[in-house]
Structure formats: C-alpha cells, structure tokens
Write a protein that binds this ligand. Structure first.
Ligand code: GLU
Length: 426
C-alpha cells in the first residue's frame, strides 16, 4: 500500500515519515476516488530548499548548521507551517511535516497551502546569543522563500515566540520595512495574537470534548494521560483538566508520572516554571515508564510530544477509548489498522492540533488589518472553527465508512482537488 519515495537510504529515518503520509494519502485517495493527477501532484513537494548556516559560536569558532524549508503545496494559498529545531531534523521529516500542513490547513478551512522548515541543532545546548544568530542567518538565507503572501513560518518543536520575533526582525532588515505578517506566533505586542500561544492545546481540548460528545461519554467522569509537557501538552493538559477530566498521567523528556487520583496540573505547571521547564522532581505522582503512559488505564490518550510513538506493538496494548493527537505524526501508519480494529476513536493530528495554525491565520489576518482582537474574540472564533472542522471530518468518516484519520484526509482532498481543477495546469 505504501508508495516508496526516492529518498536515499542515508537520509531515511528508521521508517520514513513521508512514506507514512503517502500511505494514508493512498488509502484516502482510493476510498474517495481522487483523480490520479491530483494524487501525483500531492505526492511531490513543490519546492525543497536546503541551506548551510555558518554561525559564530560563543567559543569564537564557526559552526555550520543544516537548515531546511519545504513548500509542499501552494494550491490553496501561501504555504504555512512551523520551523522546528532539533537533532532529528532532516529532509524526510520536514517533507512529511510540510505535507501534513497542506492537509491540516485544508481541514481547518484556511486559505493556505503547507510548508515546514527546520534546523538540525540542539537548542537546549546553545546560548540565547547563538540561537539568535542562527535564527537570523536562517531567515536571511531563506528571505526569498519566506514572504507574507508567499510562505509564512510559525513556531514548532524547539522554537517559540522568541524565535519568531528574531525572524521578523531579520526579514524586516532584508526588505527594509515592516512585515509582521511574514511569520506568526510572534510575541503579543509585536504583532502576535492574543490566544496564539495556547491555541494548539485549546484545539486539542475542543476536539476532545467534541469526540467525547459523539461517544456519549461524560467529560466529568473521564480520565486522561497526556504525553508531552511542552507548549502543546501543557496547555492541552491544563485546559482538559479545567473541563473536569481527570489527568492521571503526564510526562516530558525527563520523567513520566502517574496518579490514579488525578494530577494537580496547575501545581505541575508552577513546578516546571521554576524548574527550567522540566517535570523531573515534581512530586504529584509516582514515576512510571514513558511507554506505560501510552498504555495506561485511562479513557483518553493525548500524545503531544514526539512522532512515531504509537507503533503497532504499543497500539496492541493501548487501553484508552479515545486518542487525540496533539503531536504531528505520533502514530505510525502500520498502527492505524490495530487501533481501528480495537474500536479506538483517533482524532488525527491534522485535525486535533489544527488550533495552532487556525490562530496563526487569525494573527495574519490581524497583521493585514492592523487591528487586533481580544483573547475572548480569538478563542470564540477558534472554538467555532475547530468544532466545524471536527463535524466535517466526522461526517466524511461516516459517509465513506472509514476512520476519522482517513475522513480528515478526504475532507482535505475534496478542497485541494477543487483548487487544482479550478486553477488548471500549464
Ligand atoms: N507548527 C504548528 C503546526 O504544526 C503551527 C503551524 C503554523 O501556525 O503555521 O501546526
């Protein structure tokens, strides 16, 4: 079923993430009856850029970093998608993430295509000065790719509002003007939108409630495990907890904790704020293994950290009834059928974590307007948009008698196909 890519073996992760995208695309295309021409277009990213970034390090030596940006598609509008910093960043990962952005933006009904970028680096081991020089070098190197109406980056793993402010600063200097709409996820007060930072976690919460309603489950009686305590996991855990759902397990890259009576999420957040952002040392639960969180005896599992954590073997042991994918690509393609056969409802990444890019769009609209909305306004628009996207995906899942994941791909393919056909080819 999987379409093989031409990625050289040396550049492939253990299992290619782009192949995981193509596997789902193939299934959705077949069920929906997508035209072969459109499928071929979507299997090949529009543009892939790789740059070498020489940076003066604090020790007085120059280090050269690899930077990437892939524009998967601009069929429905300028390409949109984050920039991640991490040691795993490579062609394949960025390519897969850029394709997911195309589908995510279409599912969320945004006038955007998809893109993604990244730098292979370990931000935890770099000083603020080194990170600023690296980010600005990357921006200048990609200044003819980025643009408020061309390609609009945003935060992703390892980056935040701080890096977005550096990007806008470098871009403004290249083009000698003020272009806040070139990037989203900026700090509030510097063209950022109220509610953007918490938007992805908020979207996970809205998607969770929407799914529970379809499953006739009362949130007040439900339990959850949340993997990841970065921007997405932390806000998802907090907002889900505030809806009355008991969070029994949380974890980050330093520790994983379990508490049957429910973890005090606000206390955990206070702890990480005073502890370099890490959970290790928090006494609100007993330590368990990372994989035990994924198979914990809870109703809802929210993987909101890394990709490829739900493998076939893990899927066999999952006890949750509902999985809401806060991370991009947490489930490997081979595990989909296991989850489906077990009757587990999976709200897929391209729907579940689309709250972030939805509020990125609102930020861009506000930048273009030069007028800013209150947090309440942003949240109301976000919640409505998320619920609407959920309903479309759900009804496509029902109509085509398939999973929510494939229903989400079909939702996206319908819009993208319209765009390709209307625009024509030359
Ligand atoms: N990096 C986020 C994502 O994967 C946000 C992208 C954006 O806001 O453009 O959805």
């Amino acid at each position: 079923m999987t379409t093989k890519t031409n990625t050289p073996a040396t550049q492939q992760h253990e299992s290619s993430m782009f192949d995981a995208v193509l596997a789902r695309l193939d299934i959705a295309a077949k069920i929906y009856g997508l035209s072969e021409d459109v499928a071929t277009v979507l299997k090949n990213p529009q543009k892939q850029v790789k740059v070498s970034l020489p940076v003066m390090m604090d020790n007085g030596k120059v280090q050269v970093f690899e930077g990437f940006r892939t524009i998967h598609s601009t069929i429905l509008g300028p390409s949109k998608g984050g920039i991640r910093y991490g040691m795993d960043v490579c062609d394949d990962e960025v390519k897969a993430l850029s394709a997911w952005m195309t589908f995510k933006c279409a599912v969320a009904n945004l006038p955007y295509g998809g893109g993604k970028g990244g730098i292979k680096c370990d931000p935890r081991k770099m000083s603020v000065g080194e990170l600023e020089r690296l980010t600005k070098t990357y921006t200048v190197a990609l200044s003819d790719v980025f643009g408020p109406d061309k390609d609009i980056p945003a935060p992703d793993m390892g980056t935040s509002a701080r890096e977005m402010a550096w990007i806008v600063d470098a871009y403004n200097k290249v083009y000698r003007g003020n272009f806040p709409g070139v990037v989203t996820g900026k700090p509030v007060g510097l063209g950022g939108s109220a509610g953007r930072e918490t938007a992805t976690g908020r979207g996970v919460m809205v998607a969770t409630l929407a799914a529970l309603a379809k499953m006739n489950l009362d949130p007040k009686k439900a339990t959850a495990a949340v993997q990841g305590f970065g921007n997405v996991g932390l806000n998802a855990a907090r907002l889900i907890h505030e809806q009355g759902i008991k969070i029994c397990a949380i974890g980050d890259h330093t520790t994983t904790l379990w508490n049957e009576k429910g973890i005090d999420i606000h206390a955990a957040i206070r702890f990480t704020k005073e502890n370099n952002g890490i959970l290790k040392g928090f006494s609100g639960g007993v330590e368990i293994k990372n994989t035990e969180l994924l198979t914990a005896n809870v109703d809802i599992l929210v993987p909101a950290a890394l990709q490829n954590v739900i493998t076939e073997e893990v899927a066999v042991n999952i006890r949750a009834k509902l999985i809401v994918e806060g991370a991009n690509g947490p489930t490997v393609a081979e595990a989909d059928h296991v989850l489906q056969e077990k009757g587990i409802i999976v709200v897929p990444d391209i729907l579940a974590n689309s709250g972030g890019v939805t509020v990125s769009y609102f930020e861009w609209v506000q930048n273009n307007y030069g007028h800013y909305w209150t947090e309440e306004e942003v949240n109301t628009r976000h919640d409505n948009s998320m619920r609407e996207a959920f309903e479309h995906v759900w009804s496509n899942g029902q109509q085509y008698k398939t999973s929510l994941r494939i229903g989400a791909y079909i939702t996206a393919l319908k819009k993208i196909e319209l765009g390709v056909k209307a625009k024509g080819n030359y």
